[in-house]
Design a protein around this ligand. Sequence first.
Ligand code: HEM
Ligand code: NAG
Ligand code: NAG
Length: 614
Amino acid sequence: MLLLAVLALLLVLYLIFRDFLALLIRQARSPLRTLSGPPPTSLLTGNLAALHDQENTDVVLRWEAAHGAAFVYRGFVGGRRLLTTDPRALAHILGRAYDYPKPGFVRESLAAMAGGDAGLLVVEGEVHRRQRSILAPAFTAAHVRSLAPVFWAKAGVLRDVWLAAADAAPSPSPPSPSPGPGAWTPPAGSTRIDVLSWLARATLDAVGEAGFGYAFHALSTNEEDEQDELARAFADIFATARRFRVMTILQAWFPILRRFRRNNAVMARATATMQRIGARLVEERSRAVLAAQTHAQTDTSLVAGDKTVLGRDLLSVLIRSNMSAPTPAAALSSAEVLSQIATFIATGHETVASALTWALYALVRAPAVQARLRAGLHALETSVRAARPGAPDAALRDALTDAVLRDTYLEHVLREVLRLHAPIANTMRVAARDDVIPLSASPSDADAGGLGLPPARDRAGNVLSCIRVRRGDIITVPIQAVNKSRAIWGPDAGEFDPERWADGPGTAGGKEADGRRRVPGLWAHTLTFLNGNGGAEGNRACIGWRYALAEMKIMLFVLVRDLEFALDPATVIEKRVNVVTRPFVRSEPALGNQMPLHVRRHVHALPALGAGAE
Ligand code: HEM
Ligand SMILES: *[C@@H]1O[C@H](CO)[C@@H](O)[C@H](O)[C@H]1NC(C)=O
Ligand SMILES: CC(=O)N[C@H]1CO[C@H](CO)[C@@H](O)[C@@H]1O
């Protein structure tokens, strides 16, 4: 009896500690232990605290300078993780997406906030390949372009809310008799607005409508309106998933702890709500798609009118794509389709809100750029209008969409914003098998464009030309640090300078005339959306990048056209990375994430541009 009990206890202990033991054994055998790297500052959490604050401290660059462009830092219980800023190494890792999947604990935490483990963000390997090809038609340039009316509508509503707030601001108080030295007077007729929370509402409304034809009413200013049920469910899930970060790490090593999350009542209720509303949406869209198809068969005149008959939202396109899958095995299950709704909310909402917030921040910090952008956009609109006298509103907006999406200066401003303020600052991968990762061999290496990156070294100081990794080794991809690398962008890498793009897209480092510095990025040679070099070996770059850019361009056009933005120079904004990079005010940490800007009406002679409800 006693023996049985002891055996049972041992078994339980083994089950609890199995993964942890495996971790320790893997750590002891990893070839990463020979690499140079910063000493851990904590036994339990290694260098994680320093890495967490990297956006405000430059720590990755200091580590890079001291230990080379590939080094190890310490994670949980001192586990070694590879971090590299070397473009050739990054191209190797990101270009083999299925050999370098997301680590289990990352997938767990993404699954918690993206509606389960069946969505595109979380799945791996063949399942990912299948999903990605079914989802692709929803994210083509042409399809994203067709979603523009949603972005115009939401931008118009947001602008009207801010205009109303600014116009209601009390007339400027007379300047105090003796303003202290350095005291700042807000612009006359302006009001202080937390633009972050409003932009998050606008992008949520946009992704609801463009993503699955759902009205969140997040921009509604009617106090009586209750918060939408689905929006609340998602907010609960997101908040819980965030709070559980430490827990999620522990759960990765001690699976028994996973029960506690499942028992979390708020999470369970929110997930149920999400499932219920999601299932209804999928059913409604499926029925509409089927009805339209039957219709089209009997009435050929409707085939040409495809777009107006069928829903344009991402979910409808996904369902149509799923229905025309060559074989059932190539299609998505109902659970997989359902998971994409939460995936769209999780990926398409806070990322763009963060990017737009940092765009306005960049513009208040560079008033000359703000003024030039506004003047350029006004001129653009004037010429579009002049070419179409008397055109109806819809036709005008259509022509304006093309012009805005193509505008060079707006594009350059956005590239700088996304380079300096990448909403996703880091991502992680794990080696699925033993491998050798090549490095840019020397400062004169042609493939690296003569980057002059500090070489990687082992602990004895020998320069390395490749990194050996063992199955299970964890790798951090420092998206933001690469975006701002001086080796890649030149000594002014930290400056916001849209002009650096003026020399053409071929030269990432813009001003340098030597044509160097190609970063293997998907867009604008930055890693902001990761890269798309994977092809057959898997593509895990952002599928929504065109959607994000179109939404940002239209939102910025509408907001900058009619509003001026300013920031009290005494306000110090810092970054906090919690899933996405968000601002907070250093002197007001208790207020949480915010971006308090002073907003006022910009008076101009252009005709009103309606909110343009579809
Ligand atoms: C400025 C805005 C955005 C940025 C900076 C951004 C960035 C990224 C990054 C870095 C990844 C790769 C994550 C990883 O593998 O570790 C990613 C993946 C993804 N993004 Fe975005 N994203 C943005 C907007 C959007 C939008 C608007 C959507 C959809 C409407 C979207 C949908 C997705 C999806 C579904 C994935 C997973 C793709 C896959 O694994 O195959 N993103 N995004
Ligand atoms: C997707 O296609 C598969 C196979 O044709 C089908 O079983 C499934 O119900 C479809 N899902 C949706 C949501 O249409
Ligand atoms: C190379 C470079 O400019 N790095 C910058 C990265 O970001 C930090 C924080 O914003 C800056 O201090 C660095 O200068």
